[in-house]
Design a protein around this ligand. Structure first.
Ligand SMILES: N[C@@H](CCC(=O)N[C@@H](CS)C(=O)NCC(=O)O)C(=O)O
Length: 264
């Protein structure tokens, strides 16, 4: 059996898949692509993933894309604890969370991360290299948004919207976790796994004060961090220099984000 994951250390979507692999204890082989150096823009990788994003899973030569689809695939194909509830109603509830992550949580994470930290890493290159990086994104909408994050920083118009979205998300999680161990009930599911890298991202960027008055979210995140899957999936593939850069840049970004939160 050959199971290869194209991924990157700071990618939240890739971390989501690494969490599922760790929860199921499935052995896999990493194909590391430095997305901040544009290694996902090569013609070879575009054949596997035309959107030029990670993760991509290749199982015995067959390609599976999209982190939520990959997560369900791994859960269906490999032995280990079931990460999808059997009760169809609870399963529907789980999928509402994973759908929300795909459609709203992930798109909101990109501006928050780029503006706080990734743009500083990308802008270490020459002006031509920065332009090449932007031009390498095959999606014209994301390309222009990325241009805004890189050159306008906190003034990019979608940054405020993203921070406000996270505030609402954390409020919704707080309500869902009231009297519930995990997001969909007593069992840990793909819903909890899907949200984990995003809360971790907020924490890495010094945004954990956003749940200082949300005890259920704080308790849930402590439970998630206590699982054996957390450390290897979230930090096992993150180079030390990138980790330090994200934390240091996040600390500097906090006053800007705090200002946005206080405007609410
Ligand atoms: N919907 C996709 C999103 C994948 C995605 O956006 N991946 C990011 C990393 S988390 C990426 O590869 N970004 C490349 C870039 O920003 O150039 C999924 O869930 O797999």
């Amino acid at each position: 059996m050959a199971l290869e994951l194209y991924h990157h250390g700071s990618s939240v979507c890739a971390a989501k898949v690494r969490l599922v692999l760790a929860e199921k204890d499935v052995p896999w082989q990493g194909r590391y692509l430095d997305i901040l150096a544009g290694e996902h823009h090569t013609p070879e990788y575009l054949k596997l993933n035309p959107k030029a994003v990670v993760p991509t899973l290749v199982h015995d030569g067959r390609v599976i894309r999209e982190s939520s689809v990959i997560s369900e695939y791994i859960d269906d194909v490999f032995p280990g604890p079931d990460l999808k509830p059997r009760d169809p109603f609870v399963l529907a509830n789980m999928r509402l969370w994973t759908k929300l992550v795909d459609e709203e949580v992930h798109p909101s994470t990109r501006p928050v991360t780029y503006v706080a930290t990734h743009r500083h890493t990308i802008m270490k290159g020459s002006p031509e290299e920065v332009e090449k990086h932007i031009a390498g994104d095959p999606d014209p909408v994301w390309r222009e948004r990325k241009r805004g994050w890189i050159y306008q920083g906190f003034d990019a118009p979608d940054v405020r919207i993203a921070i406000r979205f996270f505030d609402k998300l954390l409020g919704d999680m707080e309500a869902a976790l009231d009297g519930s161990v995990w997001l969909t009930g007593d069992e840990y599911t793909l819903a909890d796994g899907a949200l984990t890298p995003y809360l971790n991202r907020l924490e890495m960027l010094s945004l954990s004060p956003m749940w200082s008055n949300r005890p259920n979210v704080a308790r849930w995140f402590d439970q998630v961090k206590a699982r054996a899957s957390f450390e290897p999936a979230l930090f096992g593939c993150l180079p030390d220099d990138l980790k330090s850069a994200m934390i240091e840049n996040g600390l500097k970004a906090w006053p800007e984000y705090k200002k946005i939160l206080e405007e609410n």
